[in-house]
Design a protein around this ligand. Structure first.
Ligand SMILES: [Zn+2]
Length: 508
């Protein structure tokens, strides 16, 4: 949930302007649960990190509904069969209403011998499957919609028209860039609104994941818009990005790749201090007994005590999550208040140990390295594609050079496409880091059952698909599928077999 400073920064404008790849997977936030594609109150720029989907025409929408109906029918059959067999085995209650899911999750197994995998499958009710299916579809439609929207802005002449307005208002390139960005953000906000509303508000509300009324939700969206305008226009990142594009027509991508590094560092550092507090309140843990247990755990991992916070996520959402953000003095472990309310102390301690692993294993730095490298590749490919596209269609779009401000939508389209194609690599990197964090968390706590129960609750509460198809996992899963995490939590016990820990080394 994206608190996705890293990917946002890396793909610079494509993501920040609202048309990036679906579900940015970022180790910068290093959450315990995969981010909801849309829902993420504390991301750098929530509105723009959410991706429109379902930009379907009527017939596409009808086809989609029919597909959902088919999936739903199959799911009902599957799940009834599962639940029945479990009930017959006397192991798990049936869970086929939303209320049942919660009580079922709350009654997560307490015996180590409970069949956790069966529980995960039983928790994935038809309702949860519907929700996960819709979000998966939106995850693929979102980037497509972003690309179509960018092409519309180019071919309709809106891109050149907004540039002319900006030029008429001022002769200074800084002001022109700021005006252009403001116009583009406003246009994109309006054009994407129906989809953002559906994915981020209506769908979340329908499935009981959203706690916010429409008014406060809209205020958060507008705040995010403002953050993007300030972060990229007032702080003149966009203006700075266009300078090398003008000066080095063939090699600007090298300059932008190099420039990405300090931008990522600054964003990652500032996000928990400047951006996140715009959306939520962060306080020391309220439960002092729990805090003492957590601090004992983080101390064994070598993390300074002052860096554990709770966040009033319930202001926006009913999901469970926790994350690490910032680095250096701004780095912190943040627990959502929903997680604190819904999980037992043992489970919370495991969640904290997973986050502590991100902190202790320096995943932030690995992420920065990975995304900086990726940015060279993406900008390099973009420079070739942008040059080719302008040669082919520049006359129709009303500009002939990449450094013309009107090219912004073209950059966004190109980086959105490349970002989408890069998702399998980005996600594979992220899943590796998340698996390491699970491993470290188990080695630190030896709490296999608490870990399995925590994963079960995460899955039930967040309505995520525990067993996605390989393609969906490749493109959309920043974390290992739930069933793999539960199996791993149950089986990983090197300390019982006299084998050394792989990642946790006590600090002497
Ligand atoms: Zn994580």
């Amino acid at each position: 949930m994206p608190r996705s400073a890293l990917l946002l920064a890396t793909l610079l404008l494509s993501l920040l302007l609202g048309t990036g790849p679906a579900r940015p997977a970022t180790p910068s936030d290093s959450t315990i649960a995969p981010g909801a594609p849309g829902r993420s109150a504390a991301v750098l720029a929530p509105a723009v990190a959410r991706h429109p989907g379902g930009a379907a025409t009527d017939s596409a929408r009808r086809a989609y509904r029919a597909w959902i109906a088919r999936v739903r029918a199959r799911a009902l059959a599957d799940s009834a069969a599962h639940a029945d067999s479990l009930a017959a085995a006397g192991r798990a209650p049936r869970a086929d209403s939303l209320a049942d899911v919660d009580s079922l999750a709350a009654a997560a197994p307490s015996s180590p011998h409970d069949d956790y995998v069966a529980r995960v499958r039983a928790n994935f009710t038809p309702q949860n499957r519907d929700y996960a299916t819709a979000q998966t579809a939106l995850g693929f439609l979102g980037p497509l919609y972003g690309i179509l929207l960018g092409l519309f802005v180019l071919f309709s002449g809106l891109a050149a028209w907004m540039r002319d307005i900006a030029r008429n208002l001022s002769r200074r390139s800084y002001v022109q860039t700021l005006v252009y960005l403001a116009l583009y953000l406003a246009l994109a906000f309006v054009l994407e609104f129906p989809l953002v509303f559906f994915q981020d508000f209506a769908l979340e509300r329908q499935y009981g994941l959203m706690n916010q009324a429409f008014g406060p939700w809209l205020v958060d969206q507008l705040k995010a818009l403002l953050v993007a305008l300030v972060g990229f226009g007032v702080v003149p990142l966009l203006w700075l990005a266009y300078r090398p594009i003008r000066r080095f027509p063939r090699h600007w991508w090298l300059a932008l790749g190099l420039g990405t590094l300090p931008v990522i560092l600054a964003m990652a550092f500032l996000q928990p201090l400047v951006v996140d507090p715009l959306f939520n309140h962060f306080t020391p843990l309220a439960d002092k007994r729990l805090e003492a247990r957590i601090l004992e755990t983080t101390a064994r991992a070598g993390i300074p005590a002052r860096h554990v916070f709770q966040m009033d996520a319930s202001r926006q959402s009913n999901r469970y999550n926790a994350y690490v953000s910032g680095f250096g003095v701004s780095q912190r472990v943040v627990l959502w208040d929903t997680t604190l309310k819904g999980m037992t102390p043992d489970e919370i301690v495991f969640v904290v140990s997973h986050e502590a692993a991100h902190y202790r294993l320096h995943h932030m730095w690995w992420g920065i390295l990975f995304y900086t490298g990726l940015s060279f590749v993406l900008f390099g490919l973009a420079s070739v594609l942008v040059r080719g596209a302008i040669a082919r269609w520049g006359d129709r779009w009303g500009f002939g050079e990449p450094h013309d401000l009107a090219s912004l939508p073209l950059f966004i389209v190109t980086l959105t496409l490349l970002g989408f194609l890069a998702q399998p690599g980005v996600n594979a990197f992220s899943r590796r880091i998340e698996h390491d964090a699970d491993t470290y968390g188990l080695e630190l706590t030896h709490a296999n059952d608490a870990a399995a129960r925590a994963f079960i609750k995460l899955g039930a509460q967040n309505r995520s698909d525990p067993e996605p198809t390989p393609v969906v996992e490749l493109f959309q899963y920043s974390h290992p599928p739930l069933i793999e995490r539960v199996r791993f939590a149950e089986s990983y016990r090197p300390w019982q077999e006299g084998r050394p820990d792989r990642l946790f080394h006590p600090r002497r």
